[in-house]
Write a new protein. Structure first.
Ligand code: ATP
Ligand code: MG
Length: 499
């Protein structure tokens, strides 16, 4: 289907409007001229008729009237369009001037068949219009006159309107031509103006066409854009900013993912090569296989975590929101981690409580990730506190805090730790306590909080570090109650990174 052209549509609309205005103005002018012409001619007819009747009534007999016919017909001399006819009571023509065929019996006019009374005051409203024998348009009237001896005669005064109608036709044709020319001119001018006005759009389209994946930092120029398009240009540039940011994050993510996959793969390959370099005892093979299994675990956890993040970003990700008793859940998690905490020589305490509206599996996963970190970074003999409380300033939220004693996270890194694959000290990832970490734990926590319309942030000082999750106590339900999605099943099956 051919695309509609904005320029053509608007130019046609302007041309149409011009025609409409022309038609209205021309009609008014035409009818004004028509009226003006008729009024002037009608006045002549009335005056001549009045005068002729008065003259006729001064004569005593028909013979006397006939003898002085030129006195009556003299009224219409000098204007070839005017004509006069005088008839007796039997409708026989007594005399006439220029009036052949004016009273055509084939087209009888009321103005002729019913002459005005002899004492009737003749006005313009008495004038009628008819066609003469040759078809010429005629305006005129007939009036009776009573001679002094009582004889009744009819005086007919008429004007041939052919010249007038011709003038009006000529005038109408000129108006049609002017109207058509005006329409063409309006169409062409508006077409040119619109094309020129839309030039900035073409420039924008051109600069947009030059933006490719390698040139996502290019922006559309705002300076030359007309005021109506500035909002569009600014929105497009903002969209490009977002795309650029997203694209860079994605590239970084892919690079980090490849980098982090390389380490366990390298370890697997290295240990296998060493094991194969010479014959070994069964115990040695067993130990290599066990270490390889650990690397495989780490890789599969990383893949599962990456998969979770990818799916959680999908708009269709389904959560099952329920009322969660925070104190009970925190206690449950603390119990679950008791063994690991004992091994690390740290103590877990649970404080506070409250109700929150959350997907319980995702809630557990977020707190598990935070507690796994806390256990890793708490010095031996230190304590971790899991707490839930409603802040006085925001009564409709519940803050779940995982606080641990231990070293401070640099304030400038408090936000970065939530980035994917980010570890404060990468060298630590190969420490015994850090084996199996993927650098995705906090990124998952933040994503889970976003899925709940809440937030996650960190605070740290020299004595302790606190990770705070802010949940809304009530939320709009996004999924059908009880519906368990693929993503949730995965979320439930994925282990946490505490190992
Ligand atoms: P994963 O959790 O995926 O196995 P990870 O624990 O290294 O790996 P995150 O949980 O995202 O990744 O944590 C990112 C970084 O934040 C950690 O590497 C660590 O440097 C820092 N961090 C997290 N929690 C604490 C904490 N409680 N105290 C000090 N530093 C922390
Ligand atoms: Mg972690």
């Amino acid at each position: 289907m051919a695309r509609r052209s904005l320029t053509a549509t608007l130019a046609l609309a302007f041309a149409g409007t011009t025609v409409l205005v022309f038609v209205v103005v021309s009609s008014v002018l035409y009818y004004a001229l028509d009226r003006q012409v008729k009024q002037q001619d009608d006045l002549d007819i009335v005056l001549i008729a009045r005068h002729a009747r008065r003259l006729a009534q001064e004569f005593g007999t028909l013979e006397e009237l006939r003898g002085h016919s030129d006195r009556l017909t003299g009224q219409v001399l000098g204007n070839s369009a005017l004509s006069m006819e005088v008839r007796d009571a039997q409708r026989n023509v007594l005399f006439q001037h220029n009036a052949a065929g004016i009273a055509d019996p084939a087209t009888p006019s009321p103005a002729l068949t019913n002459p005005l009374g002899a004492s009737h005051r003749i006005t313009q409203s008495d004038i009628g219009e008819w066609h003469a024998a040759q078809g010429a348009p005629v305006r005129g009237l007939a009036t009776y006159a009573v001679l002094r001896d009582g004889t009744l005669v009819a005086v007919i005064v008429a004007r041939n309107m052919t010249d007038r109608w011709r003038l009006l036709d000529w005038y109408r044709d000129r108006l049609y031509a002017a109207c058509f020319a005006g329409m063409l001119l309006a169409f062409m001018l508006s077409w040119m103006l619109l094309r020129e006005s839309l030039r900035p759009l073409r420039v924008m389209a051109h600069s947009a066409a030059t933006i490719t994946v390698d040139r996502l930092d290019t922006r559309i120029e705002v300076d030359n854009a007309p005021s109506e398009l500035i909002t569009l240009v600014v929105s497009l540039n903002a969209m490009l900013n977002r795309l650029d940011g997203g694209f860079q994050r994605m590239s970084q993510y892919t690079a980090d993912l490849a980098h982090d996959m390389r380490t366990p793969l390298g370890n697997l390959r290295g240990s296998t090569e060493v094991a194969l370099s010479r014959p070994r005892s069964a115990d040695e093979y067993q130990s290599v296989l066990a270490s390889n299994l650990e690397e495989c675990d780490r890789m599969s956890r990383m893949i599962e975590n990456v998969l979770f993040l990818a799916r959680a970003e999908h708009p269709q990700f389904v959560r099952t929101l329920t009322e969660v008793d925070a104190a009970r859940e925190l206690k449950r998690i603390a119990d679950y981690f008791e063994g690991v905490a004992d091994d690390a020589g740290v103590q877990i305490r649970v404080a506070g409580g409250g109700e929150l509206h959350a997907d319980v599996e995702l809630f557990r996963r977020a707190v598990n990730n935070l507690l796994a970190n806390a256990i890793r970074y708490t010095p031996q003999g230190g304590a971790i506190t899991l707490s839930a409380q409603t802040p006085a300033a925001a009564a409709d939220t519940l803050r779940v805090t995982v606080a641990n004693e231990g070293g401070q996270i640099d304030p400038s890194l408090l936000e970065r730790v939530f980035d994917r694959f980010y570890r404060v000290d990468p060298s630590r990832k190969n420490e015994p306590n850090s084996t199996g970490t993927t650098g995705l734990g906090l990124a998952i926590v933040r994503t889970i909080m976003e899925l709940h319309g809440g937030s996650a942030h960190a605070e740290s000082d020299t004595t302790s570090t606190r990770f705070i999750l802010t949940f809304a106590k009530r939320q709009e339900r996004r999924s059908a109650p009880g519906a368990i999605s693929e993503e949730e099943k995965i979320a439930r099956n994925i282990g946490t990174s505490y190992r």
